[in-house]
Write a protein that binds this ligand. Structure first.
Ligand code: NIG
Ligand code: FE
Length: 415
């Protein structure tokens, strides 16, 4: 298929231009070109600018041409935190939480993540691929062109590898790009209850070397939380993973303020995620060290927790990213429109900041701000075309997708 495409005469091309995370006030600058055109050749952006300038001397017959008159054009969204490969569901937990149980109560009595571990251990690779593909199709319909996916529903090495291999297969067969994260320390497996340090040893000695050797994941992540893994255990695992060449993420300060944000800055995580309870100092440390603050409003909403302090983070010069956290427990949604609604209406983020958080800052959260996340020459031709003429419609059309078409690597993949 031709990977050469022209998207022309757009009412707005919202470029989100940049090759690194945007901090604080920078997040408000979207760089909008009115009556703009984008040219993609061999899957890579070759030109972007005012239609008259860009189309001069171009033989349009050599391209697939999309007329984007009266439409806004944006970079593909980057969903930088998901757990989209899992077997089985936990619909009953949603009902229990509505009756007053907390996420941690359910986890303490042996439910929660451990339930999905059962379901995922029992699922075949083929089943997980089929389920994963459906979820990726749904994400694509919301304009997502790159997604981060975590293991962590195996805990034993074989199932963790199975999850990562499923993502590898899906990456090859589906238009979306998948960034793989190893999250073996997502919960304490039944076999290791009360022996958390030994489980961390096992990960360091047996799991990490194999994951690294076989290049199965780019990132290493851990659920640093009271009654899950401590700051000391998280520091030990993340430092080792870094020594072995992995990039780092951390589930930090979600339920209890443990100091995960400070640890993320100390060990050099690319992102720290959740951060509902992050301290002032943790937030300042992250801003200073350039750790992306990935906030997951749908999870706070679904757990009926207070939202992370996005406004404070941006005012303190953090680079904030937004993501769905799609998973079978705390947050079963891949809805980008819901993320936009919560970020703008409940977290006091401006529309511009929310768009930056889902594009260039999402790209930075997966270590790919040099390749995706903006409409800049040299980047991948990953483009979203809205059915409306301005980016303001994204949150204004509350909870409904405004995405009409998606181009991935220069190919129209959703229409
Ligand atoms: O990011 N908080 C920890 N991990 C996931 C939830 C996983 C689950 O409940 O299955 C999260 O919210
Ligand atoms: Fe998560």
């Amino acid at each position: 298929m031709k990977k050469n495409i022209i998207i022309k005469n757009a009412a707005q091309v919202v470029t989100c231009s940049g090759f690194a995370a945007k901090h604080g006030k920078e997040m408000s600058k979207l760089h909008v070109i009115e009556n703009g055109t984008v040219i993609i050749e061999d899957g890579i952006i070759k030109a972007v600018g005012k239609s008259d300038d860009v189309l001069k001397n171009i033989d349009e017959s050599k391209y697939n041409v999309i007329d984007a008159t009266e439409k806004a054009v944006l970079p593909g969204f980057v969903d930088s935190h998901t757990h989209f490969v899992f077997g089985g569901y936990r619909a009953e937990e949603f009902g229990w939480r509505l009756r007053g149980d907390s996420y941690m109560d359910i986890m303490k009595r042996g439910g929660g993540i451990i339930n999905s571990v059962e379901g995922t251990r029992n699922a075949s690779k083929e089943e997980l691929i089929k389920l994963g593909k459906k979820r990726l199709d749904s994400m694509l319909s919301f304009g997502v062109t790159t997604v981060e996916g975590k293991s962590g529903y195996g805990l034993d090495l074989d199932t963790e590898i199975k999850q990562l291999e499923v993502m590898e297969e899906l990456d090859k067969m589906h238009p979306l790009d998948i960034v793989k994260t190893y999250l073996g320390a997502h919960a304490v497996p039944k076999e290791y209850k009360g022996r958390e340090d030994e489980f961390i040893d096992e990960i360091i000695e047996k799991h990490l070397p194999e994951i690294v050797e076989r290049n199965l994941a780019e990132f290493c992540d851990i659920f640093c939380e009271q009654n899950v893994f401590s700051i000391q255990q998280s520091r030990r695992l993340l430092s080792k993973a870094k020594e072995m060449g992995m990039k780092l993420k951390i589930h930090a300060d979600e339920i209890v303020q443990l100091g995960g944000a400070e640890l993320a800055a100390e060990v050099g995580c690319v992102s720290a995620d959740h951060l509902l309870q992050a301290s002032d100092k943790g937030i300042e440390d992250m801003a200073e060290k350039g750790v992306v603050s990935t906030i997951l409003p749908c999870t706070a909403f679904s757990l009926k927790e207070e939202f992370a302090r996005a406004r404070y983070m941006i005012d303190k010069n953090c680079a904030v990213a937004l993501a769905t956290d799609l998973n079978p427990g705390s947050c079963f949604t891949e809805s980008i429109p819901l993320v936009f609604a919560l970020a703008t209406l409940y977290m006091n983020m401006t529309i511009e900041e929310a768009i930056t958080a889902l594009t260039i800052n999402g790209a930075a959260a997966v270590g790919r701000a040099d390749q995706i996340g903006s409409i800049d020459v040299g980047k991948k031709g990953d483009i979203v075309i809205l059915e409306f003429p301005s980016y303001h419609f994204i949150p204004y059309h509350i909870g409904v997708s405004t995405v009409e078409k998606v181009v991935k690597d220069g190919i129209l993949v959703f229409d």
